[in-house]
Design a protein around this ligand. Structure first.
Ligand code: ZN
Length: 429
């Protein structure tokens, strides 16, 4: 604004003095700004910004070369990939990242969860905000309990009172909030005085997942979504730099799961194999993982019909492979079916009208939620800042480890969790 005014002043003796005064004012303001920024950097406590890029597959960094994310990885830490928890869905894995607990232990065993005689779904606001669903202790509760302030510009669980606590600042999820505004709100939180400035800030971007579902992980559309998300991170880093704290704040970028190509014509219909109405209390369907709650005494009858399906693996609770850490949760359904990568499992009632409405059913689309053994399901972990080594590539690790990393940086005593800092501490300085 001031510069513009100087330019607009016509040269002439009567304007010369004004021009000099404006120039001097500009210098004073600039110097004042620098002083303000350096004092902010002085009183900055150890700080973590935790960012989720939904559906950002582990190999998008190399496959699509987003410049800012690659720069952060190069100047910080990058995992070869991060192993998501089973099932590789959004809600379970976001909540694992912030609690260090497997879904069986934190209770969010799927995007839709059955308990209390009702179902938690992402769109049921009153249940999402009800603390009864969210077990364990998310990092923001750990921070608030131990005298720090946390803020969330979105994260699954952040809207609920968990052990009676929410982050000091939180928002009701609204996917329509522009992504650049989310970044600017994160930056504004850091502009607060030290007494009210959060040490932990979470934020979330769904864009890469949305586009990945619509077009598949190999599509040019997905490449563009990766580059768009990269500009948000660029905006964040530029804002931190402007404040003189780009090397003082720890930025941890994670994704919840990867993305696989799916051919929607490859489908297994469970209702072709057993009477879903007669034999079950309820079935919670997605096309990748199915939660089956049989009527009393009907479990074996159903299991006999589905145990040998070619493209869907069904397990009775208790017989789920130990590597999936999914047998022990009280909310895990008595029978689980998990689709083979790239396949769908569903029923005619849902699938037939859905398929009819699809444009070009032969073109690839994207899906996740499969067994976490598949490479396509692997997630991203990038970390940059004073706590992290520079140019360090970490061997693959499970996403239960992130909670302990954050606790260490923030000098917090972690709650009981399934991670083990010794497995990942090599990335820390
Ligand atoms: Zn997701």
């Amino acid at each position: 604004m001031i510069l513009k005014n100087i330019k607009n002043i016509h040269s002439g003796p009567e304007h010369l003095m004004k021009r000099y005064i404006s120039a001097i004012l500009l210098i004073i303001i600039t110097v004042g700004g620098v002083v303000g920024e350096s004092s902010k950097a002085q009183d900055l406590k150890p700080t973590v910004i935790l960012i989720s890029l939904d559906g950002f597959r582990w190999d998008y960094l190399d496959k699509f070369s987003p410049p800012t994310l690659n720069r952060l990885a190069k100047n910080g830490v990058r995992a070869k990939w991060m192993i998501p928890s089973f099932p590789t869905k959004t809600f379970p894995n976001h909540y694992t990242v912030v609690t260090g607990l497997y879904p069986q232990n934190h209770g969010i065993v799927e995007n839709s969860v059955y308990d209390f005689g009702t179902t938690l779904t992402m769109s049921k606001r009153e249940e999402v905000q009800n603390g009864r669903w969210w077990l364990g202790e998310p990092i923001w509760v750990t921070a608030e309990k131990q005298g720090q302030r946390a803020a969330s510009i979105f994260w699954p669980g952040s809207e609920a009172r968990i052990s009676g606590i929410t982050p000091t600042d939180w928002l009701v999820y609204n996917g329509d909030m522009p992504n650049t505004l989310r970044i600017d709100r994160v930056l504004a939180l850091l502009d607060r005085p030290a007494t009210t400035r959060p040490t932990l800030i979470t934020t979330y971007f769904s864009h890469t997942d949305d586009v990945g579902h619509a077009f598949g992980p190999d599509a040019e559309e997905t490449k563009y979504s990766v580059h768009e998300v990269d500009t948000y991170i660029e905006r964040l880093m530029a804002g931190l730099k402007k404040r003189g704290i780009d090397n003082r704040v720890n930025v941890i970028i994670t994704s919840d799961h990867g993305m696989a190509n799916v051919d929607v014509r490859k489908v297994t219909f469970l209702d072709d194999h057993f009477d879903t109405e007669a034999l079950t209390e309820r079935i919670i369907w997605t096309s990748e993982i199915i939660q089956i709650f049989p009527k009393p005494g009907k479990l074996e009858e159903i299991y006999a019909k589905v145990k040998d399906l070619p493209h869907t693996t069904c397990w009775k609770k208790g017989e789920i492979p130990a590597r999936l850490n999914y047998n022990d949760g009280p909310r895990v359904a008595p029978l689980i079916c998990s689709s083979e990568l790239g396949w769908m499992t569903n029923n005619h009632e849902w699938y037939d009208p859905w398929f009819k409405r699809l444009d070009a059913p032969e073109r690839p689309r994207g899906a996740h939620g499969y067994d976490n053994k598949y490479q396509e399901m692997q997630a991203t972990f990038i970390a940059h800042g004073p706590a992290f080594k520079k140019g360090f590539t970490a061997e693959p690790f499970e996403n239960v480890e992130v909670y302990n990393i954050m606790c260490r940086i923030l000098n917090l005593t972690p709650a009981k969790n399934d991670g083990d800092l010794s497995r990942v501490k090599a990335m820390l300085r």
